[in-house]
Design a protein around this ligand. Sequence first.
Ligand code: 3PG
Length: 213
Amino acid sequence: MTPEHASELTAKVCALAPVIPVLVVEDAAHAADLARALIEGGLPALEVTLRTPSALEVIREMARVEGGVVGAGTLLSPEDVEAAKEAGATFGVCPGATKRILDACEANDLPLLPAAATASEVLRLYERGYTVQKFFPAEVNGGVPALKAIGAPIPQVKFCPTGGVSLRNAPEYLSLSNTLCVGGSWVAPKEMVASGDWAGITRLAAEAAALPR
Ligand code: 3PG
């Protein structure tokens, strides 16, 4: 898959809702209920981070839930890319971008949302063909003013800012012309997942899904 095609596909994922939930799921037994709760609230694009031993199983379970678009986050190696693809992830997210990971995603036909935090990083990915990128970690890299400033000289690249984004600051990001959606973990707090508070998670998702952009 070319980077251009990958970006076309990740743009479609970003268009599904204003927020992509960033999920750290410890127990695969929670996966299907969590996916249903978020989808019911209006957030169909789900990023399952490869940060727990059960993450690949979580992707497998969530991929079976109707109405969801399940991606793998925290891709740190070509092996992660292959495992995520095999588990059923339909897109990938990386906290940065390396040649090995870009090569692996392109070779395995896994549309990647690669991350950049500076104008040079954005440009390097743009040179390769990635017009949709994650701005990470967003808040500590200057947040909304930084992303707006990057957009002035490089309006061709659109972003999914992630890292420190919350219900409070999401509207400012979403109002930027170079922001397609935001990523955030606030819609699926660990305690609510652990206690099975699916109705509560659906409420948080609905609140996020209603954000204007
Ligand atoms: C992450 O890598 O955990 C994501 O960027 C989510 O960040 P957040 O917890 O600040 O939403």
